[in-house]
Design a binder for this molecule. Structure first.
Ligand SMILES: Cc1ncc(C[n+]2csc(CCOP(=O)(O)OP(=O)(O)O)c2C)c(N)n1
Ligand code: SF4
Length: 284
């Protein structure tokens, strides 16, 4: 297999960070799909996860914290021929960018969204995030997290997200396979990735996850087209944690429905060249 998406720079991540497993799986997945870096755009915001596009070959659009999804949406509409992969942390996607997450699900824009879910704000030194487990003590929650955690899978299934999956940074094969399925899916594809932050999250470690995760798609009775079953499964957390494709359905994507894209990607369409004198005459 060609290694076109080879990892191309030294990283600024801590040794042992779960982001390495995600980066390797992403590169493996894209090589396996036969894509070329020139046809792939990685979009990210700010955070440790947001650095991922800097370390892999492809086009990169690095935007503001929490604005990964609207930026990726704009890029996909401008050049619908690109494979667009949005990447961010749980803070970027479920806190600052939480509103955008909901609307990307509604629009069913054809992008893959990888959320490196380490249950903390890693870059800013380990504050609690929306997915921190209750009771977790951090710099901003010295008496423990009081709030109910945000459940991205349940939220996505409730909003009729068309592809909803979870994987684990410590299982590269499973993650690469899940990313491939997400990229191939026509529509908005969420992959929430359990990502150990070895520096600031001493609870949800590799060991902790390894003792709990299981592949729900190995269960012959699990039907990922059954939305109710998927929603119920999305609440399983604690002693056992399911990974795999929770829910999948097909409906028109945003780009399928935009009249301006009927003749192909906007960037390939001729730009109407107005007569500048006539335009200026309108303002006289
Ligand atoms: C609008 C805005 N708010 C806050 C910040 C500060 N900030 C930068 S990264 C970050 C959180 C990063 O956490 P997460 O998105 O979970 O990514 P991680 O670093 O854990 O991969 C915050 C709060 C910012 N850069 N911009
Ligand atoms: S602080 Fe956590 S998320 Fe950031 S690089 Fe280190 S281990 Fe990874």
């Amino acid at each position: 297999m060609n290694k076109l998406f080879a990892i191309c720079r030294e990283t600024a991540w801590c040794p042992g960070c779960g982001n390495f497993g995600i980066l390797n799986a992403l590169s493996q997945a894209l090589d396996g799909l036969g894509l070329e870096p020139k046809d792939v755009l990685f979009v990210s915001g700010i955070g440790q996860a947001g650095k991922t596009p800097h370390y892999i070959k492809g086009n990169v659009l690095n935007t503001l914290h929490g604005r990964t999804l609207p930026t990726a949406t704009g890029a996909k509409i401008a050049n619908s021929g690109l494979t667009v992969i949005a990447i961010g942390g749980d803070g970027d996607g479920y806190a600052e960018g939480g509103n955008h997450f909901i609307h990307a699900l509604r629009r069913n824009i054809d992008i893959t969204y990888l959320v490196h879910n380490n249950q903390v704000f890693g870059l800013t030194k380990g504050q609690a995030s929306p997915s921190s487990d209750p009771g977790m003590m951090t710099g901003t929650t010295p008496w423990g997290v009081y709030n109910e955690p945000f459940n991205p899978l349940a939220a996505a299934i409730s909003m009729n997200g068309s592809f909803v999956a979870r994987s684990f940074a410590g299982d590269q094969e499973h993650l690469a396979k899940t990313i491939q399925a997400a990229v191939k899916h026509p529509g908005f594809a969420l992959v929430d990735i359990l990502q150990p932050c070895v520096t600031f999250n001493k609870i949800n470690t590799y060991q902790w996850y390894r003792a709990r995760v299981y592949d729900l798609n190995q269960d012959p009775d699990y039907d990922f087209t059954n939305r109710r079953q998927a929603w119920e499964k999305s609440w399983e957390w604690g002693e056992r944690i399911p990974i795999g494709i929770f829910y999948r359905s097909e409906r028109p994507t945003l780009c399928d429905q935009l009249p301006a894209l009927k003749n192909g990607p906007l960037v390939r369409q001729p730009i109407p060249c107005p007569n500048i004198d006539q335009v200026l005459a309108q303002f006289r």
